[in-house]
Ligand binder design. Structure first.
Ligand SMILES: O=C1O[C@H](COP(=O)(O)O)[C@@H](O)[C@H](O)[C@H]1O
Length: 329
């Protein structure tokens, strides 16, 4: 394995990590929303009935724009007077995958006070989920809902589309993973036309044992999975044992990947990830597989044991988005 050194941004305090992560997220958001929209192919009809926070979705009408708001201006239902030449332009969406764990608090601290987060244009997916009821402290969606989504001033900023697992399926990891994969397929066009989904940004944490999302070191089969977008995980060595996780190829196909890691307990694993990539920890695989698109936002405590070149983070969310070279699908 070759060594790919990602950008590592280090900060003395957690609040500074949170501010920088928020700045970066908004920067990537602005970039994504400035991209021209490609027409999406919708092929599968087997997904109706999937559940999102905004209710049960009829996927024939899956929302690429905030449909309720456009219906509210009185133009949409009047088909007889519709001027097709003035078809409303499709708006770009910001597609982000978020992890659970400590990242949720970082996003809570960094994002909620900002006025430049275009929440109504976000499609939020989960990097992984622990298969527990949503009201459990261990539920990634539950925590994100309580600490982020419920606190958004939706009157002012609108609502994001949030795609989570189906709570009814928490006893069946395989079915839960299959259903969540279908949610992704629908969101990113049919699987026949897109080999892998491409998130604008994939946000990951990294646990002291080296797991990212619900991909654990030594779970070789999961780490080598190269067909499924979402896999079931059973017998996880820490936290809830049943989970689902997006896979390494999905993570690595993202436009940008950012790890957010803080605390002295993580210092040893960061050292291994950065200095011993040949050990094949999940993060090292991502550093390699998404080389050139990976950033780390880390506090100094997590870096005490690691020799790595630290970069100074420069706020970028105010920059005008530039054209990017898209990754080939
Ligand atoms: O189990 C999980 O752990 C990882 C890392 O969590 P952290 O609290 O150490 O940052 C998290 O990213 C993942 O979503 C979660 O399910």
């Amino acid at each position: 394995m070759t060594t790919n050194i990602p950008k590592v941004y280090a900060f003395p305090e957690l609040d500074e990590v949170a501010d920088a992560v928020a700045d970066y997220v908004v920067y990537v958001q602005n970039h994504a929303l400035a991209k021209p929209v490609k027409e999406k192919k919708l092929s599968s009809s087997s997904l109706n009935g999937m559940v999102t926070t905004t209710g049960t979705v009829d996927f024939k009408e899956i929302r690429r724009t905030p449909s309720v708001k456009s219906a509210g201006n009185g133009n949409v239902n009047n088909s007889s007077s519709k001027d097709l030449s003035k078809k409303p332009k499709k708006e770009a969406r910001f597609r982000i995958a978020i992890s659970g764990g400590s990242l949720i608090q970082v996003l809570n601290k960094g994002l909620l006070t900002r006025t430049d987060v275009k929440w109504d244009r976000w499609d939020i997916y989960f990097a992984d989920e622990r298969l527990v009821p949503f009201d459990s402290q261990d539920s990634n969606y539950g925590q994100a809902k309580r600490k982020i989504f419920d606190l958004i001033d939706t009157e002012k900023y609108g609502e994001p589309n949030i795609y989570h697992i189906e709570e009814d399926l928490i006893s069946d990891p395989q079915e839960c993973a299959d259903r969540y994969e279908k949610v992704l397929i629908k969101g990113f066009a049919g699987r026949d036309s897109v080999k892998l989904p491409m998130f604008d940004l994939f946000l990951l944490g990294c646990a002291p044992d080296g797991h990212i999302a619900s991909l654990f070191p030594n779970f070789q089969e999961s780490l080598r999975e190269n067909l499924a977008w979402v896999i079931p995980v059973e017998g996880a060595p820490s936290g809830p044992s049943k989970r689902i996780s997006l896979t390494i190829p999905v993570i690595c196909h993202s436009n940008r990947v950012a790890f957010v890691v803080e605390g002295a307990t993580k210092a040893p694993v960061i050292k291994t990830i950065m200095e011993r990539p040949e050990k094949g920890l999940p993060s090292s695989i991502v550093n390699e597989g998404a080389a050139g698109r990976v950033s780390w936002f880390v506090d100094n405590d997590a870096l005490t044991e690691t020799f790595v070149v630290k970069k100074k983070y420069k706020n970028r969310s105010h920059e005008k988005p530039e054209e990017e070279t898209p990754i080939q699908q």
